[in-house]
Write a new protein. Structure first.
Lengths: 352, 271
């Protein structure tokens, strides 16, 4: 069908905060809107849903201008943070509240496994159940675009994970634009076909999850998506397929495309830093340095290991998988060899 | 009462009053001051005597006038007050504050002054009053006058209480309803009103209780037909205290019924 949502020069000024100008196009895929709290994510949704009006700019959905129309005339489906189910109605009444067709209701009830809940009232449901009902209620109206405002943020980890998987499958089956607002990078990368990073009411970067994660366009995006290793660097040499960049006194080779300035910020995601035993052949190999573990932290699925590179002022953070961590018998003070693959160093040109 | 407390045994707090007990004793005096006269009223006349006087035409007439006028005033107050309450609950700013102040004015104004204020607009001698008399529908010394006086004094209870009830309804629910394609009016009817229902009922109950007890403004605007409070006054002045008891007891019973509603189906705004 191919419904497209187009925002152009969208602006809204608040006393403490200016939103926009925002330009954004979403086709029938999932855009995860990722940003810290207070960055304007919810404002973006409110503007599209018609809960607030913009100061200027336009919002077009399938070619139809939405600005100036009340929420009820926009065909914009919204799933609110806590579900916003009507507490005085049963689950059945909630889903049927604005349903366009009975068959669609039955279909959604089956799809979202709500059969056993139909006669219950919202206050008796768990958080995950409430969100599934809210989703069914919104989808039952056959909206032209689906907006979700952190629907998983109030759920416990296991339920959040399961519902995230369910949502992933559900979004695939929809042929409308989906905007999914979250402050959680994992949810954004898991659900988004693309990710939009928002800060201070402006879009910092829009791209596929792998692009945003591995090739951030600025330090904020890099930091917000978990790239902890950010170094001031200088480009010293360029060849056809390589750029040589100096961090401190140490030169690294990278396949990062030739940046426009010689002063750069080097980004290395902790998951791309390879930690090895110190007796593996010294630091002759390119992009290999030796160092000492200064701190480590068990983060569950990986160990976060901080390494002070010998004789340099470089402090690297690496994510080490538990089997590796245990095999190397790492502890504070351990000598390690650190290898950073050429492809894993991304360079951001310094703007000022 | 405080002798068992460890601080007393250690001797560090020889004057360590149990302040909660002191508060209860002081409050208890006030409670007794409420309850004793109420009980005394019911004991001061034999039940049979009261029942016999209940059928007195003057008592029956005043009860009829009061119930009818208070019911109509309450309906009028709800009809005009609920939209105002909704508007007040869903708008912010200086204008809202000003409007709210105007709404609260009749609550703080002495009722007799309220009556005088009304008379300047609807009384004989005022253009509106004269026109109404000419049309055969006098606005003073008539049931209409009673209703106008009661509405002036009682309707703020509907507005103020219903405003709080509307405000307690999460606006996200209204946005949810509207984003699902329902108009503002449908949303108000299906979502806001049902959820604000107990609070609105409380406001209506309070307004009815206030209307049926209205005396000051009613005295000024419509001495006739006599409402129950006016009848109490007349009986007391003309025939003595004993003769005022039956209607007073009726009013106490109506007040008790209002309290019962507030504490069961309605949501008591003072809880």
């Amino acid at each position: 069908m191919g419904m497209t949502l187009e925002l152009s020069r969208l602006c809204k000024a608040y006393a403490q905060f200016d939103f926009g100008p925002v330009d954004l196009t979403v086709d029938d895929d999932v855009l995860a809107v990722l940003g810290p709290s207070g960055s304007g994510k919810t404002t973006l949704l409110s503007l599209i849903a018609g809960i607030t009006g913009p100061d200027s700019g336009s919002i077009r959905l399938g070619g139809r201008e939405l600005v100036g129309f009340p929420p009820e005339d926009r065909h914009v489906g919204v799933v609110f943070q806590e579900g916003a189910l009507f507490p005085h109605m049963t689950v059945r009444e909630n889903i049927g509240y604005a349903a366009t067709a009975g068959e669609r209701v039955d279909e959604l009830v089956t799809l979202l496994e709500l059969n056993g809940l139909l006669d219950r009232t919202p206050p008796t449901l768990s958080g995950g159940e409430q969100q599934r009902v809210a989703l069914a209620r919104t989808l039952a109206t056959d909206p032209d675009v689906l907006l979700l405002d952190e629907p998983l943020s109030s759920l416990d980890a296991p339920i959040r994970k399961r519902l995230r998987d369910e949502l992933h499958g559900l979004f695939e089956s929809l042929d409308i634009p989906v905007l999914y607002v979250t402050h959680d990078q994992r949810t954004a990368t898991a659900l988004g076909d693309r990710i939009a990073i928002v800060r201070d009411g402006a879009l910092e970067q829009v791209g596929t999850p792998s692009t945003v994660l591995t090739r951030p366009t600025n330090r904020f995006v890099a930091r917000f998506t978990g790239t902890e290793n950010l170094f001031d660097g200088t480009v010293t040499d360029r060849t056809a397929d390589e750029t040589i960049v100096r961090f401190g006194d140490r030169r690294f080779r990278t396949t990062a495309s030739d940046p426009s300035t010689s002063a750069v910020t080097g980004c290395i995601h902790p998951s791309r830093v390879e930690v090895e035993a110190p007796d593996g052949g010294g630091d002759r190999t390119p992009n290999t340095v030796t160092g000492t573990v200064t701190r480590w932290l068990n983060e569950g699925s990986a160990y976060r290991v901080e390494i002070e590179v010998d004789a340099e002022s470089l402090a690297l953070t690496a994510n080490v998988r538990p089997p590796t961590f245990e095999r190397l018998e790492l502890e504070t003070g351990s000598e390690v060899r650190v290898r950073v693959p050429r492809e894993s160093i991304h360079l951001i040109p310094e703007r000022e | 009462m405080a002798t068992g407390r460890p601080s007393n045994r250690s001797g560090t707090a020889a004057f360590g009053f149990d302040w909660l007990t002191v508060a209860l004793v002081l409050g208890g005096v006030l409670l007794l001051y409420y309850v004793v006269p109420m009980v005394s009223l019911f004991l001061s006349v034999p039940v049979g005597d009261v029942l016999a006087r209940m059928s007195d035409p003057a008592v029956v007439d005043s009860a009829t006038t009061s119930l009818l006028s208070a019911s109509i005033s309450t309906v009028v107050a709800a009809l005009f007050g609920l939209p105002l309450a909704y508007w007040l609950a869903r708008t912010d700013g200086a204008v809202t504050k000003g409007v709210l102040a105007i709404v609260v004015l009749p609550l703080v104004l002495p009722p007799t002054v309220g009556g005088i204020v009304l008379l300047t607009v609807i009384g004989p001698g005022s253009p509106l009053g004269e026109a109404a008399i000419a049309a055969g529908f006098p606005l003073t010394r008539s049931l209409a006058g009673v209703i106008l006086a009661q509405t002036f004094v009682a309707s703020p209870f509907v507005v103020v209480t219903a405003k709080a009830a509307f405000e307690s309804v999460d606006r996200t629910l209204e946005y949810a309803s509207r984003s699902l394609g329902k108009s503002r009016l449908t949303t108000a009817r299906n979502v806001t009103l049902p959820l604000a229902g107990p609070g609105i009922l409380a406001g209506v109950t309070l307004a009815f209780a206030r209307a049926i007890g209205e005396f000051g403004a009613t005295m000024m605007v419509a001495y006739y037909p006599r409402t129950m409070p006016v009848q109490i006054w007349v009986a007391f002045i003309e025939l003595g205290l004993d003769n005022a008891y039956p209607v007073a007891i009726l009013l106490v019973l109506i007040a008790a019924a209002a309290l019962l509603i507030l504490n069961t189906v309605a949501s008591n705004p003072w809880e």
